[in-house]
Every structure is written in C-alpha cells, then in structure tokens.
Ligand binder design. Structure first.
Ligand SMILES: [Zn+2]
Length: 52
C-alpha cells in the first residue's frame, strides 16, 4: 500500500489474495512468476491530518 500523501509504503500479505492469484493464473493457463499489487491512498497519519 502506498500513501500518496507522504509516500509511506506499507507491505502486506494476504493468503486469500495469493490463493486467488494462483487460481486466476491456473484458469488462464498462465505461469505467474512475479506480481505486485499496489493500493494507493492515505495512511493512518495522513487520514488524521486530512480530517482536520
Ligand atoms: Zn501518509
């Protein structure tokens, strides 16, 4: 996750997401080697700032 306000990067891992990607690759007969998922938004600190 990338904060578009301060540039902070938060790494995350989801087993459900990994499984879903695996499933999607298999359904397309695609061999996935690497993947990135980027969610852009505002981190906790920046959300607080925005509220003020
Ligand atoms: Zn931020």
């Amino acid at each position: 996750m990338l904060c578009i306000s301060c540039g902070k990067v938060i790494e995350f891992y989801s087993e459900a997401l990994e499984r879903l990607q695996d499933k999607l690759c298999k359904s397309e007969n695609f061999e996935g080697v690497t993947h990135t998922l980027e969610i852009k938004g505002y981190c906790k600190a920046c959300r607080k700032k925005r509220k003020k």
